[in-house]
Design a protein around this ligand. Structure first.
Ligand SMILES: Nc1ncnc2c1ncn2[C@@H]1O[C@H](COP(=O)(O)OS(=O)(=O)O)[C@@H](OP(=O)(O)O)[C@H]1O
Ligand SMILES: Nc1ncnc2c1ncn2[C@@H]1O[C@H](COP(=O)(O)OP(=O)(O)O)[C@@H](O)[C@H]1O
Length: 199
C-alpha cells in the first residue's frame, strides 16, 4: 500500500455480487495475431453467454486504444502499458461480478503473465487464437498487413514485431480448422464448470 493511501473497505463484496448473479466472474483473455479471429469469436461468445443470462462485458483492443489507452503506440513499452491498464480494468470488472471478455494481440508472454498476476490466475482463462500468419495476411481484414509489408506501418505484429505464442493456453483455436460457431460452442462447454456457483 502506497504512503498516504489507506485502502477503503467496501460493504458489498465480490461474493455478494456472485451470489446475486448466481455465477462466478472471470476474465476470458483472447490473444492472437491481427486478423486471427479474436474479436469475431469473442463477440459471439459474449452473445452466447448473455443469452444464457450471464452478466458480461467486452473489452477490445481497438476500442480501448481510442479511450483508456489513447495515445499509446505499438512499441514494446507502450504495449506493456496498454496490457497493464487493461488488466487493471478487467480486475475491477471481475470484482464487479462480471464475465469479462477481452481481445488483445497481447504478443508478449511477459505481458500476459503480468495480466494474470494482476487479475489472479484463478480468475483468468487464456484463449489462444492460433491462426497462422499466412492466413491472417491473406485475410488482411483491415489492409494493415499490406501496409506493414510496404513499411507504412512500423512495429506490426508478425511482420516487424514479435508474437510469442502461449505455451499452455486453456483453449487453443485454429480458425482454419474450426468455424467461429464451433469454437464458441467448445468455449461455452469449457466455461460451464468455471461459471458454476455453489451456495
Ligand atoms: N503496429 C501494429 N501492430 C499490431 N496491431 C496494430 C498495429 N497498428 C495498429 N494496429 C491495430 O491495433 C489493434 C491491436 O491493438 P491491441 O491493443 O490489441 O495490441 S497490443 O495488445 O497492445 O499489442 C489491431 O487490432 P486487431 O486486428 O483486432 O488485432 C490492429 O487493428
Ligand atoms: N473460424 C473463424 N473464426 C473467426 N474468424 C474467422 C473464421 N474464419 C474466418 N474468419 C474471419 O477472419 C476475420 C477475423 O477478424 P477479427 O475477428 O477482426 O480478428 P482479430 O480481432 O483477431 O483482429 C473475420 O473477417 C472473420 O470473418
Amino acid at each position: 500500500m502506497k504512503k498516504n493511501i489507506v485502502e477503503h473497505k467496501y460493504s458489498v463484496s465480490r461474493e455478494d455480487r456472485t451470489r446475486k448473479n448466481q455465477h462466478q466472474s472471470m476474465v476470458i483473455w483472447f490473444t492472437g495475431l491481427s486478423g486471427s479471429g479474436k474479436s469475431t469469436i469473442a463477440n459471439s461468445l459474449e452473445k452466447r453467454l448473455f443469452k444464457e443470462g450471464i452478466s458480461t462485458y467486452s473489452l477490445d483492443g481497438d476500442n480501448i486504444r481510442s479511450g483508456l489507452s489513447k495515445g499509446l503506440s505499438f512499441s514494446r513499452e507502450d504495449r506493456h502499458e496498454n496490457n497493464r491498464r487493461i488488466a487493471e480494468v478487467a480486475k475491477l470488472f471481475v470484482d464487479a461480478g462480471i464475465v469479462t471478455i477481452g481481445a488483445f494481440i497481447s504478443p508478449l508472454k511477459e505481458d500476459r503473465e503480468q495480466a494474470k498476476d494482476i487479475i489472479g490466475k484463478e480468475n483468468f482463462v487464456e484463449v489462444f487464437v492460433n491462426t497462422p500468419l499466412e492466413v491472417c495476411e491473406e485475410r488482411d481484414v483491415k489492409g494493415f498487413y499490406k501496409k506493414a509489408r510496404q513499411g507504412e506501418i512500423k512495429n506490426f505484429t508478425g511482420i516487424s514485431a514479435p508474437y510469442e505464442a502461449p505455451e499452455n493456453p486453456d483453449i487453443k483455436i485454429n480458425t482454419e480448422e474450426e468455424s467461429a460457431e464451433e469454437a464458441v460452442e467448445r468455449l461455452y462447454e469449457f466455461l460451464q464448470q468455471k461459471l458454476k456457483f455453489d451456495e
